[in-house]
Design a protein around this ligand. Structure first.
Ligand SMILES: Cc1cc2nc3c(=O)[nH]c(=O)nc-3n(C[C@H](O)[C@H](O)[C@H](O)COP(=O)(O)OP(=O)(O)OC[C@H]3O[C@@H](n4cnc5c(N)ncnc54)[C@H](O)[C@@H]3O)c2cc1C
Ligand SMILES: NC(=O)c1ccc[n+]([C@@H]2O[C@H](COP(=O)([O-])OP(=O)(O)OC[C@H]3O[C@@H](n4cnc5c(N)ncnc54)[C@H](O)[C@@H]3O)[C@@H](O)[C@H]2O)c1
Length: 465
């Protein structure tokens, strides 16, 4: 197959779709990308990137509030909503334009429209100009996901918000109730509280970030409480509506009430739904192509991202694996290699258990590979070493000594199996452990690397000792 032009059609131009397109084009395929909303990806450019941009601005504000500790006079920052909107729009536009230019320079055909399979070898695209049918030899479905909206809530984009209405909201919240305490929920709590809003978090279980290391979740819960965030533990929201100053239902009211299943309720100026997302698998003709969807609406794939139809692939959020832009991109690359026959050469299989991820709160939280709790649950013998940043020169220089590095290794061989980092720049620092986990490096490999001084990475070397 290598070198033979392959008609490769991709529905959805997010990180999964556009990375598959660029690699396949580079390898000689004839590639068409069909994108409905935004080249670069709706979940990526309308959620991931703007949320991180807002969080970075909030981080700059909290840094200024701590300026006394840096030997500076205290500054009280003020939000410039117009400037913030402009900054986010500019970042999104730059990313969209860079991706578009890259694909066009590789002669990838970009079609602005909605795609749907009409058979196992054809897709129909509906554009502003009409419809077109495109035949393919292989296809990728990478249509992503969208915020989950339950039937008990009707977001109005003004005060009852999905995450996509928040970058920034039309009226900046004085107070906000965030519903859902997964990664999105805690990032939004951090974001709005760093902007000075009074925040309440509705937590359906007894711990924020269910599934994460309880020690890490506890650090975040404490940080939120120290900042005055109210945590409603063990409560599920079941109704959200706007009310007037007297507490009567009013679709134009300036307050929002969130009612929970245990009888508690919270009133604030805004409410944000952060209760997960749903895959975009409806109305794309998967049944006509013979592609099966599982009971949660995701498309099952094998380790090459192949669906039950051998020449049709699925990647990104729609595949029901780890819903991360980084994972979607690497899946896209693997798809392109498989389409062009490169999987017959020596290659590394995708291992989702070795994906690094980060939560952009303050302190930042990042982890990769085997978790301590997971190892104990399975009875696996591990060596855990933990070093606080407080002893590190760079943390003192930065005036921020919060957090720690934890490395998990095999006691017999020293091979690094995983790690977690809580603290400033955790999302950057975890890369060292991620490379070690993927490459099978040992603690000695880290200890014997000559790292920079003064740097937070010195805590990594200490934890590896
Ligand atoms: C609030 C939030 C924050 C996040 N932050 C991070 C983060 O910090 N780091 C991280 O790694 N991940 C993050 N994620 C996850 C990340 O955004 C997604 O995992 C990633 O964007 C998935 O990529 P994708 O290619 O599957 O989908 P998308 O990026 O959504 O791209 C799919 C594209 O398909 C298009 N499409 C859908 N149907 C059709 C159709 N019928 N025809 C044509 N086009 C169609 C859509 O318009 C969309 O542009 C975050 C998610 C959320 C909700
Ligand atoms: N920094 C990042 O990389 C980043 C940021 C955001 C999202 N993401 C990706 O998106 C994925 C999904 O995260 P998420 O947080 O959007 O969704 P999620 O499904 O992980 O979390 C949603 C939470 O809402 C709770 N919930 C559901 N209904 C509720 C109700 N009625 N009342 C109160 N709580 C309710 C659920 O129990 C759950 O804990 C993550 O696993 C991650 O892969 C990544």
């Amino acid at each position: 197959m290598v070198g033979v032009p392959e008609r490769f059609v991709i529905i959805g131009g997010g990180p999964a779709g556009n990375v598959a397109a660029t690699y396949a084009a580079r390898l000689g395929a004839e590639v068409t990308v069909i994108e409905r909303d935004v080249i670069g990806g709706a979940a990526h450019l309308w959620d991931c990137i703007p949320s991180k941009s807002m969080i970075a601005t909030g981080g700059a504000m909290s840094f200024m509030r701590r300026s006394q500790g840096m030997g500076l006079e205290q500054e009280d920052p003020v939000i410039d909503t117009g400037g913030l909107t402009g900054r986010i729009d500019q970042i999104k536009a730059n990313m969209r334009d860079n991706t578009t230019q890259l694909l066009e320079s590789q002669n990838v055909r970009l079609i602005r429209g909605t795609g749907a399979f009409t058979s196992a070898n054809s897709v129909e695209v509906t554009t502003a100009e009409g419809t077109e049918t495109i035949e393919f030899d292989s296809a990728l479905v990478s249509t992503g996901s969208q915020p989950r909206i339950p039937d008990w809530c009707h977001p109005d984009g003004e005060r009852i918000l999905t995450t996509r209405d928040c970058y920034p909201p039309t009226v900046f919240p004085d107070s906000v109730t965030v519903v859902g305490s997964g990664v999105t929920g805690v990032e939004f709590v951090h974001m709005f509280s760093s902007f000075g809003a009074k925040v309440t978090l509705v937590v359906s279980r007894q711990q924020v970030l269910p599934g994460k290391d309880p020690e890490v979740a506890a650090v975040l819960e404490q940080e939120f409480m120290d900042r005055g965030v109210k945590l409603l533990m063990g409560a599920r929201a079941e109704a959200i509506e706007r009310i007037d100053a007297d507490g009567n239902p009013d679709p134009d009211g300036s307050q929002v009430i969130v009612r929970c299943d245990d009888g508690r309720s919270v009133t604030s100026s805004h409410a944000v739904l952060a209760i997960g997302s749903v895959p975009n698998t409806a109305d794309i003709g998967l049944d006509r192509a013979g592609v099966e969807v599982n009971r949660w609406g995701y498309v099952d794939i094998n380790h090459h991202c192949v669906t039950n139809v051998p020449h049709i692939y699925a990647a990104g959020d729609i595949s029901g694996k780890l819903p991360l832009s980084s994972v979607a991109s690497i899946q896209g690359r693997k798809v392109a290699e498989h389409v062009m026959g490169l999987h017959t050469r020596s290659h590394r299989h995708l291992d989702y258990d070795k994906a690094a991820s980060a939560i952009f709160t303050e302190p930042e939280i990042a982890d990769v590979g085997l978790a301590e709790a997971e190892a104990f649950a399975s009875g696996r013998k591990i060596r855990v070493t933990k070093v606080p940043f407080s002893a590190t020169a760079k943390a003192m220089i930065n005036n921020d000594t919060r957090g720690f590095v934890k490395i998990i290794s095999d006691p017999a061989t020293g091979v690094i199996l995983g790690g977690s980092i809580v603290g400033r720049h955790a999302a950057e620092l975890i890369s060292v452990i991620a490379v070690a986990v993927t490459a099978g490096l040992t603690v000695t490999d880290i200890v014997e690397s000559i790292l920079v001084h003064p740097a937070l990475s010195e805590a990594l070397a200490e934890a590896a000792e």
